[in-house]
Design a protein around this ligand. Structure first.
Ligand code: 4NP
Length: 159
C-alpha cells in the first residue's frame, strides 16, 4: 500500500529555518489540497523541546502561518526509515545527516532544499540566528520559493 509522501526538514537548532520550512510547506500543501506529511529536526539537540525562535514565529506569522505549536527535536537515524525525503538547509546539515546514513537508500533521500530552486547549486539557506530581521525575511522568501517549486511538481505527480 502506498502512503502519503513524508518530508523532513533539517537545520542546526530546529528553532529557525527548519520549523519555518515545516510550517510554510504544510500551509501551502493544505492550500493546494495535497496529502503530504511534514516534520522538522535539528542536527544539534541543544534546543530540543523548545518552541521556534520568537523572531521566526513572528516572521512566519506575518505571512499568515502560525508555527507556535512546533517543538524542536534532534535528528535521529530512525528518521531515515520514516521519511521519503530529507531536505537539509545548509551544507553542514547535509554533511551531518549523511554521516548518519546507513546505506545508499538512506543517502538517496537527502537533498539540499535550495536545489529545488537553483538546481545542483548546493546553495544554503543562510542561518538567521545571529543576524537581524532581514535575515528572517530572506529565509522565508527562499523557503516559499522552494515550496512553490516542490508542490507544483507534486500537483503534477498526484494529478
Ligand atoms: P536554525 O538556527 O539551525 O535555523 O534553527 C539556529 C538556532 C540556534 C543556533 C544556531 C542556529 N544556536 O547556535 O543555538
Amino acid at each position: 500500500m502506498t502512503h502519503n509522501k513524508r518530508i523532513l526538514f533539517v537545520c542546526l537548532g530546529n528553532i529557525c529555518r527548519s520549523p519555518a520550512a515545516e510550517g510554510i510547506f504544510r500551509a501551502k500543501a493544505e492550500a493546494r489540497g495535497l496529502k503530504l506529511e511534514f516534520d522538522s529536526a535539528g542536527t544539534g539537540g541543544w534546543h530540543a523541546g523548545e518552541a521556534p525562535d520568537a523572531r521566526m514565529q513572528k516572521t512566519v506569522l506575518s505571512r499568515g502561518i502560525d508555527i507556535g505549536n512546533l517543538r524542536a527535536r534532534k535528528f535521529s537515524v530512525d528518521d531515515f526509515d520514516h521519511f521519503d525525503l530529507i531536505y537539509t538547509m545548509d551544507t553542514d546539515n547535509l554533511k551531518n545527516v549523511l554521516k548518519l546514513a546507513r546505506n545508499n537508500a538512506d543517502r538517496g533521500k537527502v537533498k539540499m532544499l535550495l536545489n529545488e530552486s537553483f538546481p545542483e547549486s548546493n546553495k544554503s539557506v543562510p542561518d538567521p540566528y545571529f543576524g537581524g530581521q532581514r535575515g528572517f525575511d530572506e529565509v522565508c522568501d527562499l523557503i516559499e520559493h522552494a515550496a512553490d517549486n516542490v508542490l507544483k511538481r507534486v500537483v503534477n505527480e498526484q494529478g
